[in-house]
Design a protein around this ligand. Structure first.
Ligand SMILES: C[S@@+](CC[C@H](N)C(=O)[O-])C[C@H]1O[C@@H](n2cnc3c(N)ncnc32)[C@H](O)[C@@H]1O
Length: 178
């Protein structure tokens, strides 16, 4: 084969290589740009503070570094506190999908997403708390159903839109304490 015949073949191979690299670059860039949080479908959440239950007091002790986030909260009477069922953070407890509500076998087997069960895949709890006072990074609250030391994930003010006038509920919930 003469040199003149070889050249078109090597040019063709070069062009092909350029095309392949060009096609690959966008996906390489996307993969590098995506943060591990979103591409893995998981999220890292850090506590912003903890509940302190002691000597008849219930308090939210916010980490000092988040104190500025409390500005304006004194205009509200109640907060929605999101916290973590920290004592249940095991694969077994996080794989529970159905329970008898309130641990009462007389209540019908119910999906955890239809209950306030402390056993669930994501151990997120929500408690409506009445504010007693706010001083620096400490929110004194009337009461909570979280244990002392429980990590807090977020705090939001209770707003009128949180109440639903046309709410309905299953029978088991209407029986108090059962
Ligand atoms: C039925 S759950 C409801 C929690 C929240 N009000 C909700 O609706 O998501 C409340 C119970 O969780 C349990 N609990 C409190 N703190 C906890 C913690 N850090 N880890 C696991 N369970 C906890 C207590 O037994 C408490 O009575």
């Amino acid at each position: 084969m003469s040199r003149q015949e070889e050249e078109p073949v090597s040019q063709f191979i070069m062009s092909l290589a350029v095309l392949i690299v060009a096609a690959l670059i966008p996906s390489m860039v996307t993969a590098a740009d995506e943060s591990p949080n979103t591409s893995a479908g998981s999220f890292v959440v850090h506590p912003i503070g903890r509940f302190q239950i002691a000597e008849g007091h219930a308090r939210i002790i916010l980490d000092k570094k988040y104190e500025a986030g409390l500005l304006g909260l004194d205009g509200f009477s109640h907060i929605q506190v999101f916290w973590w069922f920290s004592n249940n953070d095991t694969p077994e407890k996080r794989s529970v999908l159905q329970v008898h509500p309130r641990g009462n076998r007389e209540n019908p087997l119910t999906g955890v997403f239809a209950t306030r069960s402390p056993f669930r895949p994501n151990l997120i709890a929500l408690t409506l708390c009445k504010i007693v006072s706010i001083k620096d990074n400490v929110i004194e609250i009337e009461k909570t159903d979280a244990f002392d030391g429980t990590p807090i994930l977020d705090i939001k003010p209770f707003i009128p839109g949180d109440a639903a006038e046309d709410a309905r509920f299953p029978e088991w919930l209407k029986k108090r304490g059962r």
